[in-house]
Design a protein around this ligand. Sequence first.
Ligand SMILES: Cc1cc2nc3c(=O)[nH]c(=O)nc-3n(C[C@H](O)[C@H](O)[C@H](O)COP(=O)(O)OP(=O)(O)OC[C@H]3O[C@@H](n4cnc5c(N)ncnc54)[C@H](O)[C@@H]3O)c2cc1C
Length: 505
Amino acid sequence: MSNKILIVGAGPGGMATAIRLTAAGYHVEMYEAADRVGGRMRGLSVGPYAFDTGPTILQVPQVYEDLFATAGLRFSDYVTLTRLDPNTRIRFWDDTKVDLTSNIPAFKAQLAQFDPSLPEAFERWYVEHLRKDVIGYGPYLGSPVRPPLDYLRPNEVLAALPFRPWETLYQHFARFFNDERLVYALGYQAKYLGMHPTACSSVFSLVTFLEFHYGIWHPQGGFRALAQGMARAAEDLGVVFHLNRPVEQIIVEKGQARGIILADGERVMADAVVVNADFGHAVQHLLPEHARGPYSDRWLARKEFSCSTFMLYLGVDRRWEDLPHHQLYLSQNIRRSDPLWAKSAVLDEDDPSFYVCNPTIVDPANAPAGHSTLFVLVPIPNLRYPIDWAAKRESYRARILRQMAKLGYEDVEKHIVAEHHYTAETWRDEHHTHLGAVFNLIHSWSQLGPLRPHIRHPGTRGLYWIGGAVHPGSGLMTIMEAARSAVHFIGEDIPAPQRRPLVAG
Ligand SMILES: Cc1cc2nc3c(=O)[nH]c(=O)nc-3n(C[C@H](O)[C@H](O)[C@H](O)COP(=O)(O)OP(=O)(O)OC[C@H]3O[C@@H](n4cnc5c(N)ncnc54)[C@H](O)[C@@H]3O)c2cc1C
């Protein structure tokens, strides 16, 4: 066996897996459809303005440091991170605001302005989460998924019960905080999972805690630079990248993945194939029908997928020095928890919640002097709930530009000199994302842990999945953990010939 492994897609999940596999001694080649690496975080340029396309929030830098260190590399040799303060400013429907910050005394002082009992409530919540981190991160988030019954080990169940994991994120925060604004401010991390806090499991309050505890960071040069840094590290380790090489089909013979067929008809053979392309897209378009296993069209139709996002990427001829890097507006409509809203099935044209990233202040290289870029994200329904985007696009753009004044971006339209938009259809057509659901399968109890697709494809040897569909789920931090698990499962099936010697550090 040559231990050659092909990876379909050079998104963050694919590249993290490549780094770990190469460090473990495998020969890895990556086939990427786009002209550059990074997937949803590959970025785009409009004239002299450079934008991040997807992620803007980097949590827990240790997961990247650990990834690079596993391969004998130093993360800081490839990517420079800047810590942000505040982490995020949240502005509420009643025009009050709170700055989420890792400066805990400063945060508690703000809470006291809301209600004198809140600093103490926060302290209780924080101390509980110091324990939840120990009990939850290692065995669940940071470990390879186990068979369902393995999660019923009495000692683990007993340890988890005090955290009431059956609660939703909303119920969880409402138990601690008697002010609905804070319940939503602290539960907004459900957005990362494309969910409403009333539908998202409370196990994800750990993400809120991790942001307080480890802060939020920005890679200099943007998340495009993080993608490029990961690619450079992978290349330094010997990973071979093939860009502009869309994969048309995965070759499966006699229950074994044998390689791939590229769009130009070339066949490349290997010992195993790891698919980083979006799960829903790939099972429908890249797997031969006989190898789909349980993931039929009916299976996909039964599953719940996340919301999509409407994106405005704006190059503007001024800077907003006084506005923070991350800002979120929570409209009163977020308080409507009827099922359609909780399922993100409604396009809010009345008073949409939205998020703006103002990266140029800490990272001036992305725009000409005195100018800046703005990244605007609005959660919208995925394409299971059809919206005529050709008809809606312009009016929705205008609605959001007016809405931006609520976060301090007054008269932004007058300052726009370059722009680009995405709708759910762009995510489907240009990023090959099933239903444009950018945060993948939702993270409800029925789609968590062993109930998500497994990294090992059922019924086909040598075929693996990496990305937001598998345990632990969507988001960069979680996908970095999934990459560790992918190498664990591959190592069990195809032992590595010999571990690469570490090259540094
Ligand atoms: C708007 C937005 C905001 C987000 N914000 C955050 C955030 O702040 N923080 C955070 O942690 N996460 C965030 N995320 C989530 C994060 O971007 C994703 O979880 C992550 O990018 C998924 O990585 P991945 O490697 O699984 O897949 P992807 O990034 O989708 O990469 C898949 C790759 O496969 C390639 N591919 C597809 N089909 C083929 C084919 N047939 N042949 C070859 N290649 C193919 C694609 O071109 C792509 O490069 C955000 C996502 C979006 C969209």
